[in-house]
Design a protein around this ligand. Structure first.
Ligand SMILES: [Zn+2]
Length: 222
């Protein structure tokens, strides 16, 4: 019953959009609303952003805190989103920071994470992101979880869930692996809904707009 209801909603939505002609020009928000994929925590977010296309390019800073071990853990965290979205969300590692859309750095002085990104305010289209992953304590479960959480921000979730079970709850319990819940997945699907309802995203290039920067701070210390 639930499946049929969902299909009905999607058909109704597509039908409504087809009927409104050129209205899709005004961007992503018309294509999906917070009611399209539920349950979610879209209404709680400060913003919901998106990358124009996948794979998004990822570069790991080779500074004094870098290690292949940390990178492997971080990628396992990122891959949780790749798998949960059925490979809609994808990334590609690059060897140069200049070629990177998402830059990743490891921080030995904290267990928490932090993501800073730039985006076009009118469309929510992401330009760049920097992900900081706390590795204090060297706990592989925690490092993987923090990486997954921060990647959730880096792919567009601009805010946090209020449900402690969700990946995007701001705090975590050490040694308990974070999982992507239906709430988390539906929130990302809302940002990328064109991929999930078979529509092409129509987003006019923002010629005269300057990207703005925002930082999301996560964890117990804040
Ligand atoms: Zn966070």
């Amino acid at each position: 019953m639930r499946v049929w209801l969902t299909i009905g909603v999607v058909i109704a939505l597509v039908g409504a959009l087809t009927g409104c002609g050129g209205g899709a020009q005004s961007g992503e928000q018309r294509v999906c609303s917070a009611e399209t994929f539920t349950p979610n925590y879209v209404p709680l977010l400060e913003r919901l952003l998106y990358w124009e296309r996948f794979p998004v390019t990822v570069y790991f800073e080779r500074d004094a805190n870098y290690s292949d071990y940390y990178r492997t853990l971080a990628l396992q965290g990122f891959d949780q989103w790749v798998e949960a979205t059925g490979y809609v969300v994808r990334y590609r590692q690059v060897d140069s920071p200049d070629a990177a859309q998402i830059r990743v750095v490891f921080k030995p002085d904290t267990r928490n994470g932090l993501t800073t990104y730039t985006y076009y305010p009118s469309s929510g289209r992401l330009v760049s992101a920097k992900v900081e992953i706390g590795v204090r304590g060297n706990n592989p479960i925690d490092i993987r979880s923090v990486a997954a959480h921060e990647f959730g921000h880096a792919i567009g979730i601009g805010g946090h869930s209020q449900n402690p079970d969700d990946m995007m709850y701001p705090n975590f319990v050490t040694n308990v692996p974070l999982q992507i819940t239906p709430n988390d997945l539906n929130t990302v699907k809302t940002a990328y809904c064109n991929y999930f309802i078979g529509r092409t995203r129509v987003a006019p290039p923002p010629n005269d707009e300057t990207p703005v920067e925002a930082t999301i701070i996560c964890g117990h210390d804040h």
